[in-house]
Design a protein around this ligand. Sequence first.
Ligand SMILES: Cc1cc2nc3c(=O)[nH]c(=O)nc-3n(C[C@H](O)[C@H](O)[C@H](O)COP(=O)(O)O)c2cc1C
Length: 365
Amino acid sequence: MKKLFDKTKINQMELKNRFVRSATWEGLANPDGSCSVELANLMLELAKGQIGLIITSHAYVNQTGQAGIRQLGIYRAQLISSYVEMVEKVHREGSKIIMQIAHAGCRSSINLTKKQSLGPSSIEIKDCGRCREMTKDEIFQTIEDFKKAAVRAKKAGFDGVQIHAAHGYLLSQFLSPFFNKRKDKYGGNIENRARLILEILQAVRTELGQQFAVLIKLNSEDFIEGGFTQGEMVQVSAMLESAGIDAVELSGGTSLSLSKFSSSRVGKIDSKEEEVYYRDAAKLFKEKITVPLILVGGIRSYEVALELVEKKLADYISLSRPLIREPDLIKRWQEGDIKKAACISCNKCFVPTRAGKGIYCVVEN
Ligand SMILES: Cc1cc2nc3c(=O)[nH]c(=O)nc-3n(C[C@H](O)[C@H](O)[C@H](O)COP(=O)(O)O)c2cc1C
């Protein structure tokens, strides 16, 4: 039977347990997107807390795709050296670390990029203005930028990359008929809407080979009318599986979804029944797809995490906010104190992050 502290492998990446720190924008990068000492030390703290796999916060692959203040960047070669120390610190503790590579699309911050944002189609988004439809050349350039970002991540020593295709950012916008109204081969049916992520995966594989871990974060659904559905998620996962993806992390929601369906839902989770936002989607995925499933969203207790793995509803348990409050949560559980995570899902951790002060749990302080 599968257990939480099993040793496993994703591609060549050996993991000491089934716990993943989901990508979490810490707002601790230097202004140019390079990794700061503060951020490297936060990753060290997480690794000391016994997380098997850390996924960095989203790192923009080109400067048009930046979403937030003090966000990580991986858009040019000069940034590579800033990551080396962070990766080494994590490796010394026996954990693995992969970089989440991203482009915010219509949700890029014009205040930071000083450029009109780009998306699959032109759409007005609150606080982001109206984005412009990408030309074919801009799409080809974006594929190139994701590929180069992955190459830089490998050079910095990361164990792999995760392509960010969730939460209504660029690649999730391409997947979603709500955002993507294109009439060319990148819009229309699901094969066309998935084309960009498949071309990015293929480009990364061609450049870095089969042995480098390439993961993806996908929405289980958008939770908006006319958006990406659970059925489409399964179809896209099957396409990714055939194309050689190593694991899929399932999340959900976009900035336009009702707040009760946002990717980081607000509200204290009082019972085990309220945990696991995407249980039904995980079930559907597991019926059809064989690549490992990393499940994120509202998982708070040891027993629920164990049940998900034992019942084969998930292969890996991914956590974001609980680890902001308790970076040593997994160590605590491993040592036998299996009290549920102290996080109350209030989302106040976004407040200092958005203010440029870097992430911390406001409740705890
Ligand atoms: C402060 C904060 C920053 C986040 N940044 C990212 C990010 O950079 N990339 C990403 O894919 N998800 C990001 N997320 C979403 C989380 O990875 C996760 O999907 C979501 O919070 C649900 O998991 P949880 O209930 O364990 O917090 C962020 C969440 C929070 C709270």
